[in-house]
Design a protein around this ligand. Structure first.
Ligand SMILES: [Zn+2]
Length: 211
């Protein structure tokens, strides 16, 4: 019975998620200080729009706080062979675009990862422009890529062309107030080592020149 099958799958998933959450929260608090939120004010902001001064403050914190030790990844999951074909479904117009080979891999891995990571950045100040992947929204694009859009509380926006999951991970952990970025296989790198990259993404500096 397919419905029962789904129910069982759901039950397994929910239990798994619960176990994972339990395992995470039972880690000794502050043992390494690696991924502890460092600035409660950062999290409590509603994140509907970004504040430039706040971003600078957060960047400065990363620049000056003692960086956590890097952590090696677990090397434990297998991604499987890349797909030969992948269908991109446009979230704006609903049009389906078929991709093959390298682009199929990018649709099924890069686009999916970026969407998933964006959901972990709350508020709506940070969004993705996927339209280059849709042949109806942007018919003339040869090499589709995702663009990142940042909305500021002074009414301006910033667009970063060609973003990848790596960069979204940086932003996710930065906005969560962490001092390290968690990469694939749970590898952790101090955000301090990525400060330049963060500054470039955000368009703000930890130590902006005085006006
Ligand atoms: Zn579209």
């Amino acid at each position: 019975m397919p419905f029962m099958g789904w129910l069982i799958l759901l039950a397994v998933f929910v239990t798994g998620a619960w176990l994972c959450a339990g395992a995470m929260s039972s880690r000794p608090a502050g043992s390494s200080g690696t991924n502890q939120p460092v600035n409660a004010a950062v999290r409590s902001r509603d994140m509907k729009a970004l504040n430039r001064q706040q971003l600078q403050k957060m960047l400065r914190h990363i620049a000056t706080a003692r960086p956590p030790a890097p952590k090696m990844g677990a090397m434990c999951y297998d991604m499987g062979p890349p797909p030969n074909r992948a269908e991109y479904v446009c979230p704006t117009c609903g049009e389906k675009t078929l991709y093959t080979q390298q682009q199929a891999y990018r649709v099924s891995w890069e686009v999916e990862s970026c969407r998933r990571l964006l959901k972990e950045i709350p508020g709506g100040a940070v969004t993705l422009d996927e339209s280059a992947w849709c042949r109806k929204c942007q018919p003339d694009v040869k090499e589709p890529a995702l663009a990142l859009r940042l909305r500021f509380d002074d009414g301006t926006t910033r667009t970063v062309e060609q973003v990848n999951p790596e960069q979204l991970r940086l932003l996710r952990d930065f906005f969560a107030g962490k001092l390290a970025v968690k990469g694939v296989e749970d590898m952790e790198t101090p955000l301090k080592e990525k400060l330049g990259e963060l500054e470039k993404l955000l368009g703000e500096k930890a130590n902006p020149p005085k006006e």
